[in-house]
Design a binder for this molecule. Structure first.
Ligand code: G3H
Ligand code: 13P
Ligand code: ZN
Length: 310
């Protein structure tokens, strides 16, 4: 099956109230773990690469590995640029066959974000590519702010409506309390579902995206720490909240940290238990398997995307 855009999968997700996982990819084993899971679950899937992932893996390699996945499996796969920082990076990905791109103008003020997003939308749409934009700010890689402490960073539902109307973007990432990385909450996990609901009321036909949505799966953190890691006090968005988001209008859920944890935990275990091992396949195979297991759990038990192929 050729690469698809998110148009049809998002339509189905909004109609049938489930979310599609967007998983960050950086190398072959991560890609294989994700698509093996999607194939078994018969789930649509979004593979996304950040600009630093593209720098690391190189765009040609990423494209060819994803082509191989498309040849291997008959499932809808979209290829997405995650957090496109500028027009040039978005254009480069569009010209290299990505089926959707994110332009992340959230660091700019409202008008600048609109102007930049519109520039990307115009180019992308002329090439049949769809665009995700962002309004509101998440903590972590986007800004060094404590979201929980500052309401001004949450997405404003009225602004969201104006933003989508003026830019023509196809989907919108909103800030409702998630953040990137392994340290999302100091105390209790809390998401502003009231904001999500208001955004959906204003924009009932716009697919909504949740960034920074890893669970920071406690078992994986524990496994990393048990085998020599040092990741104390990590905390993410509980599965129940992600499930609620999936049935409440969120169409795309971004996951990177949980895959990093899965890969690291599996590799650490092999290194700790078999210090004599030095064949990369001995530790990359369990790493790929644990990524697959992690993705399958999300699709089946949390996002509800299993058996949702069109
Ligand atoms: O939200 C960002 C993703 O986790 C990608 O991170 O830029 O380190 O690849 P990265
Ligand atoms: P996590 O760090 O929660 O996995 O978020 C990933 C993400 O939002 C990628 O854009
Ligand atoms: Zn993100």
């Amino acid at each position: 099956m050729p690469l698809v855009t998110t148009k049809d999968m998002f339509e189905k997700s909004m109609k049938e109230h489930f979310a599609i996982g967007a998983f960050n990819v950086n190398n072959m084993e991560i890609i294989q773990g994700i698509v093996d899971a999607a194939n078994e679950e018969k789930s649509p899937v979004i593979l996304q690469a950040s600009s630093s992932a593209i720098k690391y893996a190189r765009i040609g390699y990423l494209r060819k590995m994803i082509e191989a996945a498309l040849e291997e499996y008959d499932i809808p796969i979209a290829l997405h640029l995650d957090h496109g920082p500028d027009f040039e990076t978005c254009k480069m990905c569009i010209d290299n066959g990505f089926s959707l791109v994110m332009i992340d103008g959230s660091k700019y003020d409202f008008e600048e974000n609109i102007a930049l997003t519109k520039q990307v939308v115009d180019y992308a749409h002329s090439k049949g590519v769809v665009v995700e934009a962002e309004l509101g700010k998440l903590a972590g890689i986007e800004d060094d702010v404590n979201v929980a402490a500052s309401d001004v960073m949450y997405t404003d539902p009225d602004q969201a409506k104006e933003f989508v109307e003026r830019t023509g973007c196809d989907s919108l990432a909103i800030a409702i309390g998630t953040s990137h990385g392994a340290y999302k909450f100091k105390g209790e996990a809390k998401l502003r579902f009231d904001i999500l609901q208001k955004v959906k009321e204003k924009l009932p036909h716009t697919p909504i995206v949740l960034h920074g949505a890893s669970t920071v799966i406690p078992e994986l953190v524990e496994m990393c720490n048990q085998y020599g890691g040092n990741i104390p006090g990590a905390k993410g968005v509980p599965d129940e909240m992600l499930h609620e988001a999936s049935i409440s209008g969120v169409s795309k859920i971004n996951v990177d940290t949980d895959l990093r944890l899965a890969m690291t935990a599996a590799i650490r275990k092999v290194f700790a238990e078999s210090p004599e091992a030095f064949d990369p396949r001995k530790y990359m195979t369990p790493a790929r398997d644990l990524i697959k297991q992690t993705v399958q759990h999300k699709m089946r038990d949390v996002f509800g995307s299993s058996n949702k192929i069109l």
